[in-house]
Design a protein around this ligand. Structure first.
Ligand SMILES: [Fe+2]
Ligand SMILES: [Fe+2]
Length: 351
């Protein structure tokens, strides 16, 4: 694939700012240190097993489905790490024999290491539910990693950092909302687990949106065009191709059906909705100074320094138009009335 213009320079600029401390990687681990940062065994100790199992058995089937889907999303981590390492302009491309020690390479590994705790913790949590078919969700996990993902980013760092800025916020919102529902369903230990993971996602989201901001400052025209293309494509969840195995019949479902049904459940229980999508999208545009929402409820473009070609100016108009469309959808949104027909293999008890 030919090199995309501007990307190498923008990534070099990002690396410079990381090295001179203009951008800091304030992960939860960086703030607390490895001695104090949480590990899965802190939140789910051996003597808590009985209580957690009892709480897991109180959760509604819809919330369990959402938890399984969220867990799969975390467990797809090998795909995400390998995809991020393919990003154009990373130190690994420079031929530097010590590229592994450079800040961007270190960041990808630190991020992966923090994220790895999420899947581990949620896996242990789900293992304690008597109503989850463990083998079925493990089959889905294997397929998800095997399938990889197609999210419209390819190797472009501009699109990649837009996507990760969005996605980290989306997972933060989703884990926090699961925590709220779990509290309501008298499962405070489950809620605490989800809240703890959500805090990591918040920190990751801030870091990736700082990265995206550097891309915008370094190559305003290129970044604006990339954001417009990503918004047109739509930010799909990394596990949108998740599949299920029906072990009784040997059938493997085609991608799409499981995610669509999962998404309806998530909307119905208020875990990740059209309103969350519009809000995250708007927060990012506002944070980067691309658009803002006026008191009349409409989004308008803001002057972006350095946007000086017609294509980029047009891209910014498309961004604002799209944001107004998702905003209107969000303003009119009501939870889906009907539960999907879909029968998930992940649940033992399908009542
Ligand atoms: Fe995560
Ligand atoms: Fe994350």
């Amino acid at each position: 694939m030919p090199a995309l213009p501007g990307r190498r320079e923008a990534m070099a600029e990002l690396e410079r700012r990381l090295m001179n401390g203009d951008i800091s990687l304030r992960t939860v681990t960086a703030q607390k240190g490895i001695v104090n940062v949480w590990q899965p065994s802190d939140l789910l100790t051996a003597d808590m097993v009985g209580d957690v199992r009892a709480q897991m058995n109180k959760l509604s089937p819809q919330l369990l489905i959402v938890l399984v889907g969220d867990t799969l999303t975390e467990e797809g981590l090998p795909t995400y790490t390998s995809r991020i390492f393919q990003t154009e302009g990373l130190p690994t491309e420079t031929g530097d024999p010590h590229s592994e020690n450079r800040p961007l390479s270190q960041w990808i590994r630190q991020w992966t290491a923090e994220e790895a705790r999420h899947g581990t913790l949620l896996d242990r949590l789900l293992f304690l539910s008597d109503r989850i078919d463990q083998r079925a969700r493990e089959g889905s996990k294997q397929l998800l990693i095997e399938d990889g993902m197609d999210i419209g980013v390819q190797t472009d760092p501009y699109k990649g950092f837009y996507y990760t800025s969005f996605q980290e916020r989306a997972t933060q919102v989703s884990h926090m909302n699961v925590a709220r529902r779990a509290e309501e369903q008298h499962a405070p230990l489950v809620a605490e687990i989800c809240r703890t993971i959500a805090k990591d996602e918040t920190a990751h989201g801030k870091i990736y949106s700082d990265f995206a901001q550097v891309m915008l400052q370094s190559d305003p025209n290129g970044m604006i065009k990339a954001i417009a293309e990503m918004m047109e494509h739509g930010v799909v969840m990394p596990a949108h191709n998740m599949r299920e195995v029906r072990y009784r019949t040997g059938e493997v479902l085609a991608p799409g059906a499981s995610y669509d049904a999962f998404s309806v459940h998530a909307q119905r229980v208020g875990v990740y909705t059209t309103q969350d999508y519009a809000e995250i999208s708007g927060q990012l545009l506002k944070k980067w100074g691309i658009a803002e929402r006026h008191t009349d409820g409409k989004w308008n473009a803001l002057p972006v320094q350095g946007v000086n070609d017609d294509e980029a100016a047009d891209a910014q108009k498309r961004i604002v138009r799209l944001q107004n469309i998702v905003q209107r959808r969000s303003d009119k949104w009501t939870p889906p009335a009907d539960a999907p027909e879909h029968e998930f293999s992940w649940l033992v008890d399908r009542t």
